[in-house]
Structure formats: structure tokens, C-alpha cells
Design a protein around this ligand. Structure first.
Ligand code: TXA
Ligand code: MG
Length: 358
């Protein structure tokens, strides 16, 4: 058996025995292992088919652990700053990249000497960390480049055929559906230049960060550095990849300021649609599959169910070779949480975008 559902106590034993355990967070499910054990970290890279230079986020239950567990190499003054950011935005969808210590295996940091630290806002994840007294290194629990999982069943389906490990992957048994549904915001600190770079947009927005910096005693420059790169480009993080969170067929993002008609689309048959605001409702009847995610004034539900809808579509999509999936989105909504969803949609479509401007 390549997968096993486990209760909380067995999940803790699994983690302590250096086996992979998938667990829920408020963003997406993680594929976790003891961050101090390089073998289980290797197992994670192997089953995920993830490039070895792509670092894993380390999950902890409180910020003081970075000192207690010697995860980072930062000064007392730097720790005070980090602690203040953490108290403001954690537990939550917020990852801070800091200088890592020598104690952290180099495969956790992808040999970068930097470590991503996050405190997830989910009681099961926090219990797992607290009761095992271990930091958990965990990427999203999907194969590299594929859709992030937001249900335990997604993790099951993703790895049910794995034959790589000589033990089953554990999944914490629970019925939890992440409230956010897309990955955490990632920021990277540079204490030499007193600057912070946003590497991945998430539900902690640049305005949340700006407000916090302005109202604090810290004088940090904030730079947004969201990139769309190819695998062979020089990557600062795999979240920069243009192809990511991608379903198993040709996908095109249609950004539009109005309702669309069939004339607006380049391929006019054998297509499916995942829509927002019913912008493509007029062509529902000639599509193979149609789903409206919701309205843009209900952002939480749009992101919460986005990956689930992609996976549902993928399961029903029998014509992988010929079907086109159109993701249709509203280009007029500037809400920052909506733009996080757009960032994921651009990557789900591998950067194939049609922009309808009038
Ligand atoms: O919401 C989340 O962050 C979820 C849950 C499970 O916590 N995790 C997640 O992990 O999305 P993953 O590995 O799928 O995406 C993490 C991203 C990757 O693009 C990775 O390259 C980047 O974070 N990252 C992690 N550590 C880094 C580091 N030290 N330096 C630069 N980028 C880093
Ligand atoms: Mg991921």
C-alpha cells in the first residue's frame, strides 16, 4: 500500500520516525517531514519529483522556535524585527525567508542557505508540530508543477500509485477544507539593505505589509518581485515558474472587461470553461464542461474552491489531447486578493493569455 490515513497520534509517530506525513493547513495541504532529517527530505523531493535546488518551507508553531531549534542565523536585533512581523501576520498565510543555520540540512534550503519559515493557522498542523516537538519541512502535497491539493482525497489521488518509497505516505485523516485555498505570501528579508522582497503574492497583501511597516518603528523598503520564468531560467523560487498549478490539458486564460462570445475565442470547439461572474455564460451550452467559480465580490470562495474545481475538471476531462480549458476572469477587479487568484490562473495557463480590452 502506498498511502495510509493516520489519526493524530499515529501522524506524530510517523513524523518522529522520519516518514512522510501529509497534513492540512489553512492554505493548501503540505507533504511534510522532520526538517532535521535529510533522508525524509530526500524522500519528499523524490515522490514530488521536485528539482533538488527548490527549497522547502519549514513549518513551526511559534516564532520563538527559530531560536530554540536553531533554525536561523540571525542577530538578536534581526530576531526582534522578525518576531514583530510574525506577531502581526502569523499564524497565517505568511512565509518569511531568512538566513538558515548550519543545523538545517542543506536539502531543506535547496543549498541556498536560506530557510522559509511559516506558522500555519490550522489546529491539526500546529498540534503535529507541538506534540512532536519538531519543525516540519513541507512543500504543497502535489507532484511538481501540478495543482495544489485542498482535500485529503487530492493528496491520496496524487500519490496513490507511488512505488518510490518502501513505506506508505501517511495522510492525517481529517475532513478539513483550507479556508484560503491558495498558497501563502512569501517575503524575503535582506537586513543589509533593510529591504523586503515579496516573492509570491498571497492573502497577506502588499498593502498589509506596507501598513504594518509604516506604523512600526522599522524602516524597511518593500519591493514586489513577482516573476514569470521558465524552468531553465535562473529561479529565486519555483513559485516564479510560468507553468505551475497546471491541469493536464492545454489551458488559456481569458482576461476580459466584459461578457464574452464565441467570436472572442481562438479555438471554437471542443473546449471547457471555468468562469467567474458568469462572464462566459452565453457559450456554456456549446462547451464540453462549464463551471462558474462564483462572483468576484465573494473572493474567499473563489480562492477556496479554485484548485478543487481544476481537479474536478481534470477528472472528467477524457480528451486530454484535444480539449482546451478556458479560464475566464474579470480584468476590471483590482482587489489584491483577486489578483492573487489571477497570479495562480496565469500560471495554471502556463502564461497563455488573451486579453479582451474593449
Ligand atoms: O501555503 C504554503 O506556503 C504551502 C503550505 C503547505 O504551507 N506551501 C507551499 O510550498 O506552497 P511549496 O513548496 O509548494 O511552495 C513554496 C515556494 C516554492 O516556490 C519555493 O521555491 C519557495 O517557496 N521557497 C521556499 N523556501 C525558499 C527559500 N529559502 N528561498 C526562496 N524560495 C523559497
Ligand atoms: Mg507548491
Amino acid at each position: 500500500m502506498s498511502i495510509k490515513y493516520l489519526d493524530i497520534d499515529n501522524s506524530i509517530s510517523y513524523l518522529k520516525n522520519n516518514k512522510i506525513i501529509a497534513f492540512p493547513t489553512e492554505t493548501v495541504y503540505g507533504l511534510g517531514g522532520n526538517a532535521f532529517n535529510k533522508d525524509v527530505i530526500n524522500d519528499i523531493y523524490k515522490v514530488k519529483e521536485r528539482p533538488s535546488q527548490d527549497p522547502l518551507i519549514v513549518h513551526i508553531d511559534k516564532i520563538e522556535r527559530i531560536i530554540e531549534w536553531e533554525l536561523t542565523d540571525i542577530s538578536d536585533v534581526e530576531f526582534e524585527i522578525v518576531k514583530n512581523f510574525s506577531k502581526e501576520f502569523s499564524p497565517g498565510p505568511f512565509t518569511m525567508i531568512l538566513k538558515s543555520s548550519k543545523k538545517v540540512p542543506s536539502n531543506v534550503t535547496g543549498n541556498t542557505n536560506y530557510i522559509g519559515i511559516r506558522i500555519p493557522n490550522n489546529h491539526l498542523a500546529l498540534k503535529l508540530i507541538e506534540k512532536s516537538s519538531l519543525p516540519i519541512a513541507a512543500p504543497s502535497a502535489n507532484k511538481f508543477g501540478h495543482i495544489s491539493p485542498t482535500r485529503k482525497e487530492h493528496v491520496y489521488n496524487e500519490f496513490k500509485d507511488q512505488q518510490i518509497l518502501n513505506y506508505p505516505i501517511g495522510i492525517m485523516d481529517n475532513g478539513y477544507i483550507p479556508e484560503i485555498g491558495i498558497e501563502s505570501t512569501i517575503i524575503k528579508f535582506d537586513f543589509k539593505t533593510n529591504s523586503i522582497k515579496i516573492l509570491r503574492p498571497g492573502f497577506v497583501t502588499k498593502y498589509d505589509l506596507l501598513n504594518f511597516i509604516r506604523n512600526s518603528k522599522f524602516n524597511f523598503k518593500l519591493v514586489e518581485s513577482i516573476k514569470y520564468k521558465k524552468l531553465d531560467d535562473n529561479l529565486e523560487s519555483s513559485g516564479e515558474l510560468i507553468k505551475h498549478y497546471a491541469p493536464n490539458c492545454n489551458t488559456i486564460l481569458v482576461k476580459t472587461c466584459r461578457k464574452i462570445e464565441i467570436e472572442d475565442l481562438p479555438i471554437k470547439n471542443n473546449f471547457s470553461i471555468i468562469d467567474v461572474n458568469y462572464l462566459a455564460l452565453s457559450i456554456k451550452n456549446i462547451s464540453n464542461y462549464y463551471k462558474n467559480l462564483g462572483k468576484t465580490d465573494d473572493l474567499n470562495n473563489l480562492t477556496k474552491f479554485y484548485y478543487n474545481e481544476l481537479r474536478l475538471f481534470e477528472r472528467l476531462n477524457k480528451n486530454i489531447q484535444t480539449n482546451i480549458l478556458y479560464l475566464v476572469c474579470d480584468s476590471t477587479n483590482k482587489d489584491l486578493k483577486y489578483t492573487c487568484l489571477l497570479d495562480r490562473m496565469v500560471r495554471s495557463a502556463s502564461g497563455n493569455i488573451i486579453n479582451i480590452l474593449t
